[in-house]
Design a protein around this ligand. Structure first.
Ligand SMILES: Cc1ncc(COP(=O)(O)O)c(C=O)c1O
Length: 389
């Protein structure tokens, strides 16, 4: 059954970007109306109730957000934990999982720092970091397979690469990891909310995702998904009232000084109170995405990417993104001569296009609120730019 994107709802929610062609989701989202309302309402209620319900409201919204995110990525709500950002999410497993001397981890060489630096940091424990080299914007699964040996413990990868928008086939990679009995650890921030990420079908062991891109929310809040089968192996860095089984009943505290009893699900990553306003934002955003339907969102994004490529393919532009449909993500980039920076930025402004334009490189991030008419305008802008290069 083909579901049709509810355009009226989308236009209502994204009124704030109706006067521009907003193509910067790979950088950050402009939150929709429901997200803005939920974020500010949380604080408003905290003030109005003199804080009486701030914690109970926060806990309620936290559990609701876990359900909505779990639905979006096909997980169980107990497998979702809230964190500050992607880096913190990846750091939790890098530092908390019992990786030991002699183990090796496979990463790709052009990744965003959060998918790489935590692993470089493990080298002091004797963990080896093995790199796979990008080839013209592609990562080949066979290159990953060639790096696997009996000491490989994990493959760490972004679902979508931040520079080129290259999407790696996570179903295939998940199968490779399953067959070799290794963890698949994913930085999901450039994919979740725009692409159909199914952590179970893709055999993803652990995924980290900040809230400010496809999750349409803001900074300082994100989530991790941790498969039930490995969660108890991870020892968090922080321990406090919310991620342990202590009987928290002040004024009399009842400590067992011999050991810590952690929660046995992803609550163990949430030591203390969290950014409940930010979580309220993610709750509404994931509700909206689920309501519109992630399959329909993905289909719409791919259609627009295909349209754009067909319109600009013949132009003399240096397209950086691999053009195979199986690697589409809606993120798309092009090089231009750095000395043309001002002229390129002027053309982007003239057409009201908001995208990343930086250092000889344009990155467009398509999302479900973009329309075919906008894509035609973007192609016109590129036609004009191509005369400069
Ligand atoms: C692939 C990728 N990972 C992570 C981030 C951001 O990480 P964090 O949520 O830790 O700020 C970005 C972009 O900002 C990104 O493109």
């Amino acid at each position: 059954m083909i579901i049709i994107l509810d355009r009226e709802l989308v236009d209502y929610e994204f009124e704030d970007i109706k006067n521009v062609i907003y193509l910067n989701i790979a950088s950050s989202a402009i939150p929709p109306r429901c997200v803005k309302t939920a974020y500010f309402n949380y604080i408003e209620n905290q003030i109005k109730t003199y804080g009486k319900t701030a914690i109970s409201d926060g806990r309620r919204v936290l559990y609701s957000a876990k359900e909505n995110i779990a639905k979006l990525i096909n997980a169980d709500p107990s497998e979702i934990g809230f964190v500050k950002n992607t880096a913190e999410g990846i750091g939790i497993i890098a530092n908390g999982f019992p990786f030991k001397k002699g183990d090796n981890i496979i990463v790709c060489d052009q990744e965003f720092p959060s998918a790489i630096l935590a692993w470089i940091n493990l080298q002091h424990k004797g963990v080896e970091v093995r790199t796979v080299t990008f080839k013209e914007g592609n990562i080949l699964i066979k290159d990953i397979v060639n790096r696997i040996d009996k000491n490989t413990k994990a493959v760490v990868i972004s679902a979508v690469q931040f520079t080129t928008g290259f999407y790696i086939d996570l179903h295939h990679l998940g199968d490779v990891c399953r067959k070799n009995d290794i963890l698949l650890i994913v930085d999901g921030i450039q994919a979740v909310g725009r692409l159909d990420i199914d952590v179970k079908k893709m055999n993803i062991s652990y995924l980290a995702c900040g809230g400010f891109k496809g999750l349409l929310s803001t900074f300082g809040v994100g989530f991790v998904y941790c498969d039930k089968s490995i969660v108890k192996d991870i020892i968090p860095l922080s321990a406090s009232h919310l991620n342990t089984k202590y009987n928290y009943n002040p004024p009399q505290m009842d400590y067992d000084f011999s050991e810590i009893e952690w929660h046995e699900d992803s609550r163990r990553f949430e030591a203390g109170h969290l950014n409940y306003a930010g979580i309220a934002a993610i709750n509404e955003a994931s509700k909206l995405i689920n309501r519109l339907g992630i399959l329909e969102i993905e289909r719409h994004i791919f259609e627009l990417q295909k349209e754009l490529i067909s319109l600009i393919n013949e132009l003399p532009l240096k397209i950086m993104t691999p053009l195979k449909e199986e690697n589409y993500s809606g993120i798309f980039s092009i090089y231009y001569p750095k000395e043309k920076d001002n002229e390129i930025k002027n053309i982007m402004d003239k057409y009201n296009i908001v995208a990343t334009v930086h250092n000889g490189y344009i990155r467009l991030g398509i999302n479900f609120y973009n329309t075919k008419e906008q894509i035609i305008k973007v192609a016109e802008a590129f036609k004009e730019m191509s005369k400069l290069v």
